[in-house]
Design a protein around this ligand. Structure first.
Ligand code: VAH
Length: 314
């Protein structure tokens, strides 16, 4: 058990929920935080609004935080519906965290980016680590700006900040909120409950995705890598599996043969079409030994097994 105190923001979200549990098995103390009240009376939970710079500094100082995982963010679809809020939470909130980390000399900070930093002019297949980034969503703009600020805080202020361009993340323990890739989580719940799903992303739009266990391992492996192995201080490309709604439905049919999908694309289809289809993560593999472990069918089988067991007990 490493003798350090970890602070997680956005700990009630899709990633934070699971990352907190994993870090609690590795570190002496994990302080979870989110904007919501603490209904369950967890003594190591702090209600924290990332726009409250003074409170952030107070929490980091009081708990002598050794690492920060800053996950609080407004995702792509919700960000299009409320651009100002997305910019405030994702950028101003992020800079509040970085400034407090510098002030309190926090040894390491994780602030994730996303494949949403890529856009229509980005090469679609095997998108390189260094390439055109022309995001069309507010979320993607905030994540690209966040990458450049991270590089600035590393080179000019000596902050050991690390980041990953997360693909769409698939998990069964906590629901995603307000994203475009949420379809790839909803589909499993609907497949089990109703045997059918109407996708808001068109059938042939392939997107880079990753099963949550791979994403959590990538995050912790990046944060625990020796400093001299980290050559990218904007954000690393990482890849898991790429698939389209049609390919995901075919994988589900191998477990639930009668499952049916149909399509009603909405504005989120346009967002998905602006993103790459697959990611070249060779630099992460070389620098700190990244390698995914789940393929599409392994993810599908585990998602359905766990949801049937945990949530729907069918
Ligand atoms: C979203 N799940 O859909 C997030 C993610 C690449 C997508 O950033 O907005």
């Amino acid at each position: 058990m490493k003798d350090q105190t970890i602070l997680i923001t956005g700990s009630k979200g899709q990633i934070g929920t699971e990352l907190a549990n994993m870090l609690k098995t590795k570190y002496t103390r994990v302080i979870t935080s989110d904007i919501h009240k603490n209904e369950i009376g967890d003594k190591d939970y702090v209600q924290l609004n990332v726009l409250d710079k003074n409170r952030i500094s107070e929490v980091i100082g009081d708990y002598k935080v050794g690492q920060i995982y800053h996950l609080a963010a407004i995702l792509s679809a919700k960000g299009e519906e409320n651009p100002t809020l997305a910019w405030e939470v994702n950028l101003t909130g992020g800079l509040n965290i970085l400034d407090s980390a510098v002030l309190h000399k926090v040894p390491r900070v994780f602030w994730p980016s996303s494949i949403a930093v890529f856009g229509p002019q980005t090469p679609k297949e095997q998108t390189p680590q260094h390439t055109v980034t022309d995001p069309t969503t507010i979320y993607g703009i905030t994540k690209l700006a966040g990458e450049r600020w991270s590089h600035h805080y590393y080179t000019k202020k000596g902050l050991d900040i690390r980041s990953l361009r997360y693909p769409g993340l698939i998990s069964y323990k906590a629901m995603p909120g307000g994203g475009t890739t949420d379809y790839a989580v909803e589909i499993f719940h609907e497949a089990i409950k109703h045997g059918r799903y109407t996708s808001f992303v068109s059938s042939d739009v392939r997107l880079p995705m990753m099963y949550m266990p791979d994403a959590l391992r990538a995050t912790i492996e990046l944060m625990e890598a020796p400093t001299d192995q980290i050559k990218i201080r904007s954000a690393y490309n990482v890849a898991g599996v790429s698939f389209s709604p049609k390919e995901l439905a075919a994988s589900i049919c191998k477990v639930i043969p009668d499952f049916e999908i149909d399509y009603a694309p909405d504005f989120r289809d346009g967002i998905a079409q602006s993103w790459p289809s697959s990611i070249d993560d060779s630099q992460a593999r070389v620098d700190w030994g990244w390698k995914p472990e789940y393929d599409l069918d392994q993810m599908t089988q585990e998602m359905i097994k766990e949801l049937k067991g945990v949530k729907y007990s069918v």
